[in-house]
Design a protein around this ligand. Structure first.
Ligand code: BEZ
Ligand code: FE
Length: 289
């Protein structure tokens, strides 16, 4: 195509892609190019501005390895990860949320009632709940993948002082769908902001805080996994989550329990947890298939 103009280049891109073997890939890439073209036209992006964007992506490679991915962080901070989650959400049941970068496949098994806290720094928290399907029937055989940061605000992957799978676990719910475990109360923390994604936050006058949260993947037999996370309702960063992961159905009261007798009977640390202890109830409902 010759004599291209700002007005005609988007159609030219679509024409060039007419032989794409995958119609879906053609649709996505043509749409992406079209939106980028509109962005350049509408904002009359300068050469310096576009160079700065390319430079940020180039620098992102230097901040990306097997422990950290600056491109995923850009996606998270731009709200794209959250938007992909929301447009694919089930529409009923416990809401989904973003995965984040700290999930470990094959974390150690924790018996139902087990203790992840083991006296470590921070305030202990007892989590108990039940997983049911759309009819209220216990979701027997469900495995919960759990992970969170430690009382110092760091995930195990960020902290050489912690064991590699500290605060990462897999727990199988009881036949009635119930589960309980003790852990540390997660704390709010800043996403890594020393790279180009952090520069973007500073340019926007935003901060890097995520409200405290407890991640979970709910794997019920025969159903797609539900990736989600839960937030204490008293966290000061709920309305400014850097990665847009908060959903109102995932914000829960964390209360103080003073009566040891009120703790779940099968809790391994029932007799040793210092009282009062934080307590949260997580009742999970699966979406219809
Ligand atoms: C997190 O949930 O821990 C997280 C999510 C997105 C970016 C960084 C951290
Ligand atoms: Fe997280």
């Amino acid at each position: 195509m010759r004599n291209l103009t700002p007005a005609s280049i988007t159609q030219a891109f679509a024409d060039y892609a007419r032989n794409a073997p995958s119609p879906r890939a053609r649709t996505l890439l043509t749409s992406l190019a079209g939106h980028l073209h509109s962005f350049v036209r509408e904002n009359k992006v300068t050469q310096e501005e576009w160079n700065a964007a390319i430079d940020a992506l180039t620098r992102a490679t230097r901040f990306t390895d097997d422990k950290r991915n600056e491109y995923i962080l850009f996606s998270d901070l731009l709200g794209v990860s959250s938007l992909v989650d929301m447009v694919n959400a089930a529409g009923s049941g416990t809401p989904s949320s973003v995965l984040g970068p700290f999930h470990i496949e094959g974390a150690p098994e924790l018996p139902n009632g087990g203790d992840l806290w083991r006296g470590q720094v921070g305030e202990p928290l007892v989590v108990s709940g039940r997983v049911v399907d759309e009819n209220g029937t216990p979701a027997t055989g469900t495995v919960l993948a759990l992970w969170q940061n430690a009382g110092n605000g760091l995930y195990a992957q960020q902290d050489s002082e912690q064991a590699a799978t500290n605060y990462h676990a897999r727990l199988t719910v009881a036949d009635d769908g119930s589960f309980a475990f003790s852990t540390v109360r997660p704390v709010s923390y800043k996403v890594p902001d020393d790279g180009p994604a952090g520069d973007m936050l500073r340019i926007l006058g935003r901060d890097a805080w995520r409200p405290a949260h407890l991640h979970m993947i709910v794997k019920a037999p025969g159903r797609p996994p539900l990736i989600t996370e839960f937030f204490p309702e008293d966290d000061e960063h709920l309305d400014g989550d850097a990665v847009f992961g908060v959903r109102s159905g995932l914000v829960l009261p964390f209360t103080r329990l003073t009566d040891r007798a009120a703790l779940p009977a099968h809790l391994a640390a029932r007799d040793t947890l210092p009282m009062p202890v934080w307590s949260a109830r997580l009742d999970l409902k699966l979406a219809p298939l």
